[in-house]
Write a protein that binds this ligand. Sequence first.
Ligand SMILES: [Zn+2]
Length: 259
Amino acid sequence: MSLNRQLAHHTWSQVAALDKQQGVVILPIGAVEQHGHHLPLLTDTLIATRMLDAALALLPNDVNAWVLPSLPYSKSNEHTGFPGTISLSAQTLMAVLHDIARSLADAGFRRLAFVNGHGGNVALLEMTARDIRAATGLICFCLQPALFVEPPFPISAEERRLGFHGGELETSLVLAIAPELVDMDKAVRHYADFPETGTPLFFFAPASTAWLSRDWSADGIFGDATLGTAEKGDALIAAGGQKLADLIRVISTFETARG
Ligand SMILES: [Zn+2]
């Protein structure tokens, strides 16, 4: 029988009885933010939750991993100006994560992992994870599937470089997860016209520019959404689920060198 890994489906006394010496609690983090005219606001939450579900299905019962309800709001202010985007400030999101971490530490858990579905959270989560480690003693991990899942199908150099929001990959994923929420008639192709500066200054680079979506895309899209298919989305979920499962297995018993 497979375990119920949803921590919030347990009672408090069941949680009290869990073996917390080994094991990790996982918080999926999504967003409610614009993803162009064809994808729902909930895109990042759907993706993080589904990828994690795929990973959990692959874990053997002797791996202690429990999942919290997904946090649907995060730091989405790069999409400010697009109606429906709901953004927490950096300060608010950090405070929420600290409070969740403190509650878990108080319950006796030793490890916390974020599974992040929203690119705008990357820097904040890494910083907050370290703060949580220092403040609570929890061993804290940031798992960012968009940064480590290699698409198991060919992808153009242009899409790889410029397709980071609502493009081929995210469109494929939502087509696989919730096709009823996608309107492919409204899918567009947009590659941001970033100036050639002769330096590696870019959206994501060691020398970067602080970008807002509306500065570079009228529709809110970065990438070619017309290339999205459910088959590609299924392949991404399978690849991402396997990678995540491998990581969860390792971090569930991970110890620091000096305790
Ligand atoms: Zn997204």
